[in-house]
Design a protein around this ligand. Structure first.
Ligand code: FES
Ligand code: FES
Length: 159
């Protein structure tokens, strides 16, 4: 079998548990761009593209990050999780269930980012305080202003 060869400027990372190699990657492009345009994972949203809204939040190496601000070169050898990884075998995660049950989704544009910020928190702190939840979500804007149900949903998932 011929070994697969990749370009010198290939970027490799683990995406939702699967190894990914992007050949001829433009190191100045954002991770958000490669997730949506190269990997076709469009669950991660582009809102402001300048780090202000949190719609593009993914978990990278255990931390919630704005993927619009992370350069592709910074993702080399990283472990990245996107919202697509929350549902497993057609079953919603406890966090997603809580969002549905609490009515925390209106237009849904902010939801993937909210979910990933909340997941990064719950991965670190199983039972966070309300203050810790608010702090974790402070970089995520909801243009439908449904903040209370979102807060309640994260509290419920943490119960
Ligand atoms: S799209 Fe990245 S923070 Fe708004
Ligand atoms: S539900 Fe519409 S932006 Fe948050």
């Amino acid at each position: 079998m011929t070994p697969t060869t990749h370009s010198a400027n290939a970027i490799r990372f683990l995406l939702n548990g699967e190894p990914v190699t992007v050949d001829n990657a433009d190191p100045t492009q954002s991770v958000l761009y490669y997730l949506r345009e190269n990997q076709r994972l469009t669950g991660t949203k582009e809102g402001c593209a300048v780090g202000e809204c949190g719609a593009c939040t993914v978990i990278m190496n255990g931390n919630a990050v704005n993927s619009c601000l992370i350069l592709a070169s910074q993702a080399n050898n990283a472990i990245i999780e996107t919202v697509e990884n929350l549902e497993q075998d057609d079953v919603l995660s406890k966090l997603q269930e809580a969002f549905v049950e609490e009515g925390a989704i209106q237009c849904g544009f902010c939801t993937p980012g909210m979910l990933m910020s909340a997941k990064a928190l719950l991965d670190k702190i199983e039972h966070p305080t309300e203050e810790q939840i608010k702090e974790a979500l402070e970089g995520n804007l909801c243009r439908c202003t449904g903040y209370i149900p979102i807060l309640n949903a994260v509290k419920k998932a943490a119960e």
